[in-house]
Ligand binder design. Structure first.
Ligand code: SF4
Length: 272
């Protein structure tokens, strides 16, 4: 699969836009910045002088249309689609490609929750989002309780699937309201200066993803502990893999795709 991603909760990344700027504590050891300023500096369309500035890659715009096999696509993994330096017209181009490439699932993840909510309300509109964009999952990153407001903007965002990525989880998130949220991802930090994720922070999220009888009510995806656990245990939480995806209405007229995650763990998705 072209552009195959190593991120377990997606299949491929699509980077029409790269570059960003830091807005909160979770950005301190930004992976996208690290890669842009080292091995991609001056290469693959990344500027030599300031490789992490917001940059368009026109040759990548239509990439998803050329991927015939349905897949989950992480949109702008090397940027933030709703960064203040990305004009509305460019975001609209991304949405237009997502509309046309509706054999895929698109995963849009941002820390700019307010702009995402307003863009979708004002430019895309609720009616179109729920009819023509039901294959576009919208998510926000939250690293600690201080940024719990991002979940509140997400809750009022018109999207069929709304998800929260608690990654890198660098503090408790017990004040984040999970009502109306369809999917939760948890992950620790990677890289040289990684801050350690505490197990009781994960316990809190895991617990709130379950009802009183212990049934899973919000699909929970445990990505990794980060650099502070041995490789063998890095993707295990409570001794098990937890790699659930959101439930969504199967449409038998669309193709079935399968994504293999780790040994022996296969997820079968019915495309909307
Ligand atoms: S918002 Fe995301 S891409 Fe932008 S600096 Fe922060 S972590 Fe990096």
């Amino acid at each position: 699969m072209a552009n195959k991603s190593l991120i377990d909760w997606t299949d491929s990344t699509w980077n029409y836009i790269t570059g960003c700027n830091k807005i909160s504590e979770g950005c301190a050891n930004c992976y996208a910045e690290r890669v842009a300023t080292t091995r991609l500096r001056g290469r693959c369309g990344y500027p030599e002088d300031n490789p992490f500035k917001v940059t368009l890659h026109p040759d990548k715009l239509e990439q998803p249309l050329n991927w015939k096999r349905p897949r989950m696509i992480f949109v702008c993994s090397m940027s933030d689609l709703f960064n203040e330096n990305v004009p509305d017209e460019e975001i609209s181009k991304v949405f237009e490609i997502m509309r046309r490439a509706d054999h895929h699932i698109f995963q849009v993840l941002t820390k700019r929750a307010e702009r995402m909510q307003q863009f979708i309300s004002n430019v895309i509109t609720k009616e179109k989002m729920l009819s023509q964009f039901n294959h576009v999952w919208c998510g926000v990153s939250i690293e600690n309780n201080k940024h719990k407001y991002r979940a509140d903007f997400l809750r009022i965002t018109h999207a069929v699937i709304k998800f929260i990525s608690f990654e890198p989880l660098i503090g408790p998130v017990n004040e984040v309201d999970l009502s109306g949220i369809n999917w939760v991802i948890v992950g620790g930090e990677t890289g040289g200066n990684a801050r350690q994720m505490q197990e009781h922070w994960v316990d809190d999220v895991f617990g709130r993803c379950h009802d009183y009888e212990g049934n899973l009510k919000v699909p929970f995806f445990f990505k990794q502990w980060g650099v502070h656990k041995p490789r063998n245990y890095n993707k295990l939480y409570r001794g098990e893999y937890h790699q659930h995806l959101p439930a969504f209405e199967p449409n038998p007229e669309r193709e079935t795709i399968t994504k293999a995650v780790d040994e022996g763990c296969a997820k079968t998705l019915q495309m909307l």
